[in-house]
Design a protein. Sequence first.
Length: 631
Amino acid sequence: MEIAAPDEQHGERSSRATWWLTLGSLGVVYGDIGTSPLYALRESLLHAGGAPTRVEVIGIVSLLVWALFLVVTLKYVALLLRADNHGEGGTLSLVTLAQSTMKSPSNLVLALGIVGASLFYGDAILTPAISVLSAVEGLEYTTDIDESWIVPIVMGILIILYAVQSYGTAKVSAFFGPIMLVWFATLAILGIVHINDAPDILNALNPLYALSFMTGHGILGFTVLGSVFLAVTGAEALYADMGHFGRTAIRRAWLFFVLPGLVVNYLGQGALALSHPDTVGNLFFSTAPEWGRLPLVLLATAATVIAAQAVITGAYSLTHQATQLGILPRLAVSHTSEKERGQIYMPKVNWLMLAGALFLVVIFETSSNLAAAYGIAVVGTMIVSTMLAVPVIARLWGWGWIAAVAVALPFFLLDSAFLTANLLKLADGGWIPLALGFLIVIGMWTWVRGTRIVAEKVRRESVPLSNVVGSMAKSKSIVRVTGTAVFLTSDTEVAPAAMMHNLKHNKVLHEQNVLLTVVTEPRPYVPRENRSSYEKISDDFSRVVLRYGYMESPHIPRALDRCKQDGLSFEIMSTSFFIGRRTFKISPEGGAMPNWQDRLFILLTRQADDVITYFRIPAGRVIELGSQITL
């Protein structure tokens, strides 16, 4: 069974609305892949020796064009866009879909998701750096600016871009689509103008030229293939941003605007390289007439800023999903829009990404140098998506394992070829995104492992809730006070630690005691009517379970207020929220994890956002009770 995308879930959108979504997707979804013409063909030709023969130029352009057809059109637009989790896409959505096909949660599927998510962060840091660098470098060919100014200008643009993130992107995003529409139209026009320079460049549409280049150039073919892959970086965004626009809008944007613009532009650049080989070093900007180069630089800079914005917001969304799924600690989230729930800002993620992007700009200095580091993280994420798609195709869609493997295997082999080609860049900087991804994998793995150990330890030391409820009904030594006490707990079957501490030290019990559990469902959003469940346990105790999707942020007071219709007596000013504050220390004898991992887990717990802020509980209504856990 295939879960329907937003178009099918909520009724067919009107044609006009879909076209508006199509325009919007040009800015958010296609910013990264749309700016690839700035450097993809140039780097591919330079890796072929800088002065490739006519047949080699046609072969390289053919590789670029068919990479777009096979990787983007077939794999993502035709196949993966069908695999949506209640309208949402992306690596972690694919993880939840794959897990839903298993009888029990699979650690292998979770591990693949962690690897894919970790590699995405490498891409999210590299994209702003290489995109803005490649655009600003055009100033060297259009003005008298000294080369030494390029890096400071790029750093200034990046600092401004990241600094304004806290204000939200809703208003700015309204201009993204039209600007990118102009960008893709410009790409197409520049390509059409130059195709006539060498009409035989149209032979690149024949895949035999791509195949001939790869089979006839040995290791050089794989070296060039690593640069060719730059043309499809950003393809993951098609899948990741499906929830914002729906598959119909994303497919229309690709087929009617993005793909034609990219293909025609690469053909035009190839024709220019054939007719004027001296332009290879600055191929893209050379396609414009001299009078139009400065406006093209400004337009390219705007397009690259949009591309950077897209991966920045993508990193926020991914981190928020990872937090809700328990892969990362709770990080501070600011909602920058009252109307759009997806508009969020995460300060720690933002500033870490800025630091990483600035570091790359300072170290590599040029987009050509940075291109060596670009690609490995992206192709790694693509391989993960291909592998996770197999159980979804086999079981969720009902195609069976043989058909699923038969469909996925060609894409896996293609992704593997790109990975092999990109691994040749390891010594030239390709190790950087891998090292970053490895560190993030270690962090995520430590968090998942540590939280499981803590949960098991707490459960072993806890008292069954039924025992406490029974004893409280008979106890006469406990003082009853007016009002409501809400105890946050992750396990509905045991008495919360904060309740036990309150009873032990204060010997007080409220008239109404609510055991509250917040559950993250393996889907992006939970309908409001399914948000809460209320159960009366006894005269003194009741249980409330609040369910949120992994794309949502919990708001406990608002949710409890809606529980009134289920019979819960709730008034915020007469309610006290009891929260357990845990601190951790390392056991001298050693625990389930190595000492270094214990220390890392403790460090990660300190990065977590405050529970009060995260659940949006009024600070004046909170009572915190501490406990210490030995790892």
